[in-house]
Write a protein that binds this ligand. Structure first.
Ligand code: C2E
Ligand code: CA
Ligand code: CA
Length: 750
């Protein structure tokens, strides 16, 4: 369970997150596309409006051109009339003139009347329709200009809207004014010049000098419109609109003679007026746009865009829905994989963690058992991984059967299972489960013994924190494994020990740096009481915890790797102390240092010893390394190689604690050693135990045969020394001679 680091999310939370993460891009696309459509519509509205304005401008230009051309052609026609009478009119008789005019009127069919006036305004001849007499104003204006002058439009019931056009002409040195009556729409070709598809609503030709209409669409419904001038106020307003919107004065606009688009009085957005001044005839030409036409056109394209947009959104919804569904299915699959163990199919560590958290939250009783298959790696090594997997599957099957009894089981590590239940009989059930694994498992033709340890956390320890519960169960399991107990129930003392050990570990890390460690020496003496060797023993005096015995801190240093630093420290101190020892004893005794199993595999430690031997020119036998027999568990051959190399340097090797554990007499013969140290336990109560004494005698004898020195540890009194001497023991170590002492406390034994 300790391997679990990141927890999977709750199902609901995962689904919600999937939903959020799927729909978020959709909402973003929706928002951005909506903004795009709005901006696009706005732009297209503006560009359509600009476009239609350009069309209207060209229409106005075209129309004005048309009007100018038509009037020019009538002016030319009047010139022809003049040429027809170039020999003078005065002497001609009336019938001749009538015939001539009739002929002239006939050749230009749109002309419905022709009148020739004398300079004073008297009709010389007239043919066809002649709506009104020439006014003095027109007479004078006509005479003052070489252009033709347009008279007001006049509505006649039969002829429709008629306009009279005047031009003064010199015929045979006399001035005449010739007028032509022309139907307004025909001459200006107005209807043909415009088309409703351009969105033109109305056309107006307005006379600047007298404010009357020359032509207006409204005239169709109201012929009287030609009889009254336009309200002066309206004209002024229109002019001010024109000036404001174009930013130019009216005179400049008139002189430029370009089409101008502007919003006339009361015009809404989408409608506008395009005007142009025809300076030759002082006419304002104005085209008013058809607002409805434009709006309709815009609306049609808007409907097209919106339908496309909606179509796009529907497709998008469809796509995102399918993404969401796929994602959801994927989440379910992933969740399943996360919640289940790939090999056994039972619940996973992730699931178990989550499950425990929920139960803790709902204040349920929490009982957990951790089951550890201790020999799984051995099974794998001996039978192969497939069989190892089969064993795990078989164990899971057994455990799953207990789920009927309201137990939840999970595989929480390679060879670790976890069981939860709120039942009061939990410990009993776990005992039963462990008992069911006492029989070997039959797998692929072989019977496999499985060795399971269990750590228990029961609800009576009132912890309501997931990590604490997991840690406590793990501590109980560690204890079960270390002490080879099938089942260990968590107790607060286990946690206390753990905390103490943790504190020790933390403190030990800084022990060398803080100079809390130092070396004591304990002599080895021969049969004459002569000190021939000193064993260096490490001491640790911590500022908070006091003196901690090596039996406690050496295993911690070994398990945390700090032993390397400590061993180097001892080696350095011992080398430094050698000269002082020789001054105490007046000779240089051998110094023995203890090394742990780990050092035997540490190449750098060997090269350090080699270095020291060379640089200090240590004589042969000056240094002894004491190894405990436990290091031979990992294989005698491998260690033997290292030991041979050490001995080649002239360093002696002592087999420490002989007789305390794995000792075998065979080892004595086969190992490259110089000394055997019989363990303290071995010599305890030797006076009362004849067999023990006999065994010691035989070992001493064997060692003598093999030329090995024998040292007997733990001599605390003279009696023990005497008994051991009686069986041939010559070398001793123990409190009887000297306790381990600091260098400065050492005194020579006489
Ligand atoms: P060891 O190597 O067997 O060391 C002998 C232990 O027996 C020492 O305990 C010593 O104080 C104790 N002893 C000596 N004479 C007597 C006696 O007459 N009666 C009794 N009851 N005890 C006696 P210490 O110093 O507590 O060391 C315990 C163990 O710690 C050592 O056992 C050794 O295995 C380990 N150790 C000590 N220093 C070092 C070191 O520098 N490196 C390594 N790797 N291990 C060390
Ligand atoms: Ca020792
Ligand atoms: Ca020993």
């Amino acid at each position: 369970m300790s391997r679990i680091s990141n927890k999977p999310m709750d199902n609901d939370k995962a689904a919600l997150k999937a939903k959020q993460t799927t729909w978020l891009p959709f909402i973003l696309i929706l928002l951005s596309s909506t903004i795009f459509v709005i901006v696009f519509s706005f732009n297209s509205f503006n560009s359509m409006l600009a476009n239609i304005k350009e069309v209207h401008k060209s229409r106005v230009a075209f129309l004005s051109n048309n009007i100018n051309n038509r009037i020019n052609s009538y002016e030319s026609y009047i010139d022809i009339v003049g040429m027809a009478f170039d020999s003078g009119i005065r002497h001609l008789d009336e019938s001749y003139i009538d015939n001539k005019i009739e002929y002239l009127v006939d050749i230009k069919e749109e002309i419905i009347g022709l009148t020739i006036y004398s300079e004073s305004g008297v009709i010389v001849a007239s043919k066809g329709f002649h709506p009104y007499d020439i006014s003095n104003e027109i007479l004078n204006t006509t005479k003052s200009t070489s252009h033709s002058v347009l008279g007001r439009s006049y509505f006649d019931q039969k002829k429709g809207l008629v306009m009279v056009m005047y031009k003064s002409l010199k015929i045979n040195r006399e001035t005449y004014i010739i007028s032509l009556s022309i139907p307004v729409e025909d001459i200006f070709n107005i209807q043909k010049s415009t088309s409703t598809s351009d969105g033109i609503n109305s056309i107006t030709l307005w006379r600047e000098n007298d404010y009357y209409f020359q032509y207006t669409d409204r005239g169709k419904d109201d012929q009287n419109i030609y009889n009254t001038p336009v309200d002066k106020r309206l004209v002024e307003e229109s002019i001010s609109h024109l000036e404001n919107q174009s930013g130019k004065k009216i005179d400049i606009l008139k002189s430029e003679g370009e089409p101008i688009v502007y919003l006339a009085n009361n015009e809404e957005r989408g409608s506008f007026t395009t005007s142009m001044f025809l300076s030759d005839y002082k006419l304002w030409l104005a085209l008013k746009s058809n607002e409805q036409h434009f709006n309709q056109k815009f609306f049609q394209s808007l409907v097209r865009y919106i339908s496309l947009y909606l179509f796009f959104i529907i497709i998008l919804i469809f796509i995102f829905r399918s993404i969401k569904n796929r994602r959801h299915n994927y989440e379910i699959q992933t969740q399943y994989l996360v919640d289940h163990d790939y090999l056994t199919g039972i619940k996973s560590a992730y699931f178990f963690d989550r499950f425990l958290s929920k139960n803790i939250e709902s204040r349920k009783e929490i009982n957990i058992a951790l089951l550890y298959v201790e020999n799984l790696s051995t099974v794998n090594a001996l039978h192969g991984h497939l069989i190892g997997d089969q064993v795990l599957i078989r164990i899971s099957k057994v455990l799953v059967e207990y789920e009927n009894m309201d137990l939840t089981v999970a595989r929480v590590g390679g060879n670790e299972f976890a069981i939860y239940s709120s039942l009061a009989s939990f410990e009993y059930i776990i005992g039963e489960i462990l008992a069911s694994f006492s029989e070997p498992i039959h797998c692929d033709g072989s019977y496999i013994e499985i060795n399971i340890y269990s750590g228990l956390f029961l609800n009576d320890v009132k912890t309501k924190n997931l990590n604490d519960i997991k840690r406590n169960a793990n501590l109980a399991l560690d204890k079960a494994r270390n002490e080879k107990l099938p089942l260990c129930r968590f107790e607060t003392s286990i946690l206390d020990d753990f905390i103490h050990k943790s504190t020790l570990t933390e403190e030990l890390k800084l022990a060398v740096e803080r100079q809390e460690v130092y070396v004591c020496y304990q002599p080895k003496v021969d049969q004459y009481g002569h000190i021939y060797s000193l064993e260096a023993l490490l001491r640790w005096s911590n500022r908070k915890l006091g003196n901690i015995p090596p039996d406690v801190f050496i295993p911690i240093a070994e398990s945390t790797g700090m032993i390397h630093e400590l061993s180097r420290f001892v080696l350095e101190v011992v080398i430094k102390d050698r000269l002082k020892l020789s001054s105490i004893y007046s000779y240089c005794p051998n110094v023995a240092i203890n090394i742990s199993a780990l050092q035997m595999f540490d190449k750098s430690y060997f090269s350090e010893i080699e270095n020291i031997v060379r640089t200090h020119s240590l004589p042969k036998g000056a240094l002894t390394l004491e190894l405990t027999e436990s290091i031979f568990i990992s294989g005698v051959d491998r260690i033997s190689q290292s030991m041979k190399k050490i001995r080649a340097l002239g360093v002696l090797i002592s087999l420490d604690d002989f007789g305390s554990g794995y000792s075998s007499l065979n080892m004595l013969a086969s190992l490259p050693i110089d000394e055997v140290k019989l363990d303290r336990i071995f010599v305890n109560e030797v006076s009362d135990n004849k067999n023990k004494l006999l065994a010691i005698k035989n070992i001493i004898h064997l060692c003598n045969e093999l030329s090995l020195d024998v040292v007997i540890e733990g001599i605390e009194d003279e009696g023990t020394e005497k008994i051991l001497q009686s069986v041939g023991a010559k070398n001793f170590q123990g409190y009887y001679y000297c306790k381990p002492k600091k260098l400065k406390e050492l005194t020579p034994i006489t």
